[in-house]
Write a protein that binds this ligand. Structure first.
Ligand code: PXL
Length: 283
């Protein structure tokens, strides 16, 4: 069984970061280790939240993993709590990665053109440096604008513009990049990817649902890295992650108790496993 470690916060209530990544990656069939970077009562989109930084725990945990000769086939980072933490995680990636380890970085920083509470442009500069170490990164359009220092565009762009952004992201140093939340025409939304090693583009679009929910980026990223770890191609991973994310949004909308703060991914896990089988078999 392949082993992955996912490094992000625990938001105790909020259905994002580790509380999404761990169940999804385990359901996919990966041994999933976690390295919590902080514990929050609720994620930062709630009006109130506590935040206990766990930076000091990271290196001692990694020391034990080294002593125990624990190796990882994949390293997946998400929300990181501070600039100092980015530096520590950057060094940790060098320590933990082997020749075949997939380093997957979701540069979680913001949405809708704005940084999440607590993040600054300085933080974005450090996140850009972390992305240089990645095999693959999965920013949304807001995060792309902060990573590349280009204006945030909500609409009115075309595929050639996104392809240009993808190539610029790979020029930062990552081998592959996926941009999520792309809308090239009314009523459609999806993701575009680029493999800088083979100079190949991928894309997948689904129906655009007008409601917005928190945590969809974490759902997408978790499925995407899980699919890649199971041997799916970049194109197949994008398709699977997009279709699953849409299914989770639809399930939330159909649920009278559905929450704004996270999607009903739990009810869709059987569908995820079916999707992974089907996309792999090319059905
Ligand atoms: O879903 C991204 C995310 C993860 N973790 C925390 C967050 C957010 C987004 O706001 O606040 C703590």
């Amino acid at each position: 069984m392949k082993r992955i470690v996912t490094i992000q916060d625990i938001s105790c209530v909020g259905k994002c970061s580790l509380t999404v990544a761990l169940p999804i990656l385990s359901a996919i069939g990966l041994e999933t280790a976690i390295l919590p970077t902080a514990v929050l009562s609720t994620h930062t989109a709630f009006q109130h939240f506590t935040f206990k930084d766990l930076t000091e725990e990271i290196e001692p945990i990694a020391d034990v993993w080294n002593q125990e000769q624990i190796r990882f086939d994949g390293i997946y980072t998400g929300y990181l709590g501070s600039i100092q933490q980015i530096h520590i995680i950057s060094a940790l990636i060098d320590r933990l990665r082997g020749v075949d380890t997939l380093v997957f970085i979701d540069p979680v920083m913001g949405d809708f053109g704005r940084l999440y509470t607590g993040f600054t442009e300085e933080y974005a500069v450090e996140m850009r440096k972390l992305c240089m170490k990645a095999d693959i990164i999965v920013p949304n359009m807001t995060e792309v604008s902060f990573l590349l220092g280009v204006p945030y565009v909500q609409s009115g762009y075309d595929a050639a513009y996104v392809q240009h952004l993808l190539q610029d992201l790979c020029h930062l140093g990552t081998k592959k990049a996926i941009i999520t939340g792309i809308s090239l025409q009314d009523g459609k939304i999806g993701s575009m990817g680029y493999d800088g090693e083979t100079n190949t583009f991928f894309s997948h679009f689904t129906e655009k649902v007008e409601s917005t929910y928190h945590g969809t980026g974490d759902v997408f990223a978790s499925v995407c890295v899980g699919a890649l770890m199971c041997g799916h191609s970049l194109g197949s991973a994008i398709t699977t992650a997009d279709q699953f994310t849409l299914a989770c949004i639809r399930a939330t909308m159909a649920d009278p108790d559905g929450n704004w703060y996270g999607v009903n991914f739990e009810s869709q896990i059987p569908y995820l496993l079916q999707l992974l089988r089907d996309t792999r078999e090319g059905k």
